[in-house]
Design a protein around this ligand. Structure first.
Ligand SMILES: [Fe+2]
Length: 240
């Protein structure tokens, strides 16, 4: 038979059990900090509301602080047992995917791609990036499109033609000519041996809050906030 003290102790444990369970569930519900690792979420070079009204503040906050952050976190997680790979830049990882162990190759492709693509994307945007290409970039784009209208129309057509999630790019071929292309998911032109100059995210998470399913309006809005100053500098570097 239980003594009175034992009975009270048992009752106390039984009564406390649901509370402990709830506390345990609550603790697991707390967002887990990204694992420490070599890859970090870069800061935006501008305020979250800088691209209003074209790209809304909430979309920028969620896109950068949640979506991009998750790619960084998952890339670090994938690399946790591979110190040699941790020493490589994300660009080096993507250019050498065939050397990444098969076990983590898809994770590196998707999350490394997500990290690399978004890092470039933020830099391609600005509220003070100028009104269009100038100098050598204007000249190079002129070989691909006869004028601004043709360029914007072709870019829009490519973006609308990308089925599902993906990206639209103007990339630099090995011979330093430019190419308009799309990739699915988080694939980068780096995987095909090209350097991306300009990348525009056409995943729904990039526009759904403000534009819902109207990808066409989102891509047209992006034209108003391209950072041509950054693109000119990047072009000079890639074309050198
Ligand atoms: Fe995105």
């Amino acid at each position: 038979m239980l003594s009175r003290r034992q009975a009270l102790r048992t009752a106390a444990v039984l009564t406390a059990a649901p509370a402990l369970l709830i506390r345990s569930q609550a603790q697991t519900a707390v967002p887990v900090m990204p694992p420490t690792g070599p890859h970090k979420l870069p800061r935006l070079g501008y305020a979250f509301n800088a691209l209003e009204p074209h790209i809304d503040t909430q979309t920028m906050e969620i896109h950068h602080g949640k979506h991009h952050a998750t790619y960084v976190s998952n890339l670090n997680k994938a690399l946790v047992d591979y110190p040699d790979l941790q020493a490589l830049s994300v660009e080096e990882l993507l250019k050498n995917l065939d050397k990444v162990p098969e076990k983590i190759r898809t994770a590196v492709r998707n999350n490394g791609g997500g990290h690399y693509n978004h890092t470039l994307f933020w830099q391609c945007l600005s509220n003070e990036g100028g009104t269009g290409p100038e100098g050598t970039l204007a000249e190079a784009l002129g070989h691909l499109f006869k004028d601004k209208e043709e360029r914007e129309e072709a870019f829009l057509k490519a973006g609308l033609g990308q089925f599902g999630s993906g990206w639209v790019w103007i990339s630099v071929n090995k011979d330093k000519t430019l190419k308009l292309e799309t990739t699915p998911n988080q694939d980068s032109p780096l995987l095909a041996g090209r350097q991306p100059l300009l990348g525009v995210d056409v995943w729904e998470h990039a526009y759904y809050l403000k534009y819902q399913n109207r990808r066409v309006d989102y891509i047209k809005a992006i034209y108003n906030c391209l950072n041509w100053k950054f693109l000119q500098k990047r072009w000079e570097k890639l074309a050198a």
